[in-house]
Design a protein around this ligand. Structure first.
Ligand SMILES: *Cc1c(COP(=O)(O)O)cnc(C)c1O
Length: 362
């Protein structure tokens, strides 16, 4: 067995070891077909079976109600920053955004290219350390939608519950926390997520869209960037990213075996609880970045007394087999990304390392 690191990468991120081993077993010849899954037509029965099953698993695990399409797209969540306004932002309406951090800001900047936008609420004045309260959100009457970033991967904040937007469609970027807990899809008009944090490898983006939002965009939109194109063809308009969808299929089967969304949520709570307890119990040696009520169960961000000490932490942890703990270059500090596939034992090992590091340097 290869020597596996304690992988706390932010994305692409850890995959379940069982999934990697299954993919390895099936890599050269897929289920008696005489070839690899990557060597066969996306129009053939074998690939189509994988494709349909992946959609069914997502529907089951996320409890997707009737009236929603599940799409497999390319271009990452970053392409959704454009597709959402291109398809949904009509003249005379405004795209409303909650500015919670780095990813929300990118979504807003992109939307500005396509129409009128407004910041319905923001925590910028608090360095994005918190998620605004529902009461802070000012939604204009002519809002086309309200866009929220469910989990700010870089700052380490997460919505505990989503705002009620009435008849205005709520749109969620769930790239870094999709399937970390049960989801009430019916609260949303559209959710999207790049797969490479919680669902699989990079290369496929999941979009779940309410059918009434699929209609005709107001302006000219390239065929590939219209939701309608992919909704009408079960995401088989052109060649889909077959390998990424196949890997996502294996990850979803694995999630199901863990007890589904509720099962992984229990473990996620335990993992995050261990890390936040280590931070809060360190007498100020470790300082959590996010405000307590806005803390993410997926990305745990923290700082030390000096950048010097943070560098030392990153270096020593790496030497001991931990990977990916350095914070994003835009905010500094340290970050442990503990997506679904990060085992509880690895979090325990990190907590031990943190305690040891604090004793030696406190
Ligand atoms: C990683 C991430 C993105 C960008 O995803 P790409 O697939 O690389 O475009 C967008 N939003 C959030 C919340 C992310 O974590």
């Amino acid at each position: 067995m290869a020597n596996r690191a304690y992988n706390f990468n932010a994305g692409p991120a850890a995959l379940p070891l069982e999934v990697l081993q299954q993919a390895q077993e099936q890599f050269v010849e897929f289920r008696g077909s005489g070839m690899s899954l990557m060597e066969m037509s996306h129009r053939g029965a074998i690939y189509e079976g994988v494709h349909q099953e992946t959609e069914q698993l997502l529907r089951e695990l996320l409890n997707v109600p009737e009236g929603y399409k599940v799409l497999f797209l390319q271009g990452g969540a970053s392409t959704q920053f454009a597709m959402v306004p291109m398809n949904l932002l009509k003249p005379g309406t405004v795209g409303a955004y909650v500015a919670t951090g780095s990813w929300a800001t990118k979504a807003i900047e992109e939307a500005k290219l396509f129409g009128e936008t407004t910041i319905a609420a923001s925590s910028e004045a608090d360095q994005y350390k918190r998620i605004p309260a529902a009461a802070e959100i000012a939604l204009p009457d002519n809002a086309a939608y309200l866009h929220v970033t469910s989990n700010e991967t870089i700052e380490g904040t997460q919505w505990a519950s989503y705002p009620d937007t009435g008849t205005v469609p709520l749109i969620g970027d769930l790239s870094s926390d999709i399937l970390c807990r049960p989801l009430n899809v019916s609260q949303f008009g559209l959710v999207y997520a790049g797969a490479q944090k919680n669902l699989g490898p990079s290369g496929v983006t999941i979009v779940i869209i309410r059918e009434d939002l699929i209609g005709k965009p107001a302006g000219p939109v390239p065929t590939m960037l219209r939701y309608a194109t992919h909704a009408k063809t079960d995401s088989l308009y052109n060649t889909p990213p077959t390998f990424a969808i196949y890997m996502t299929n294996l990850v979803l089967r694995w999630v199901k075996a863990q007890g589904g969304a509720a099962g992984v949520e229990r473990v996620n709570q335990e993992k995050a609880g261990l890390l936040y307890a280590a931070i809060d119990g360190s007498d100020g040696f470790y300082r959590g970045f996010a405000e307590t009520g806005s803390r993410s169960v997926m990305n745990v961000t923290f700082r030390l007394a000096s950048e010097e000490l943070e560098k030392q932490f990153a270096k020593e942890s790496e030497a001991q087999g931990f990977s990916g703990l350095k914070g994003h270059r835009s905010v500094g500090g340290l970050r442990a990304s503990i997506y679904n596939a990060v085992p509880l034992e690895n979090v325990r090992a990190l907590v031990d390392f943190m305690g040891d590091f604090a004793r030696r340097n406190g």
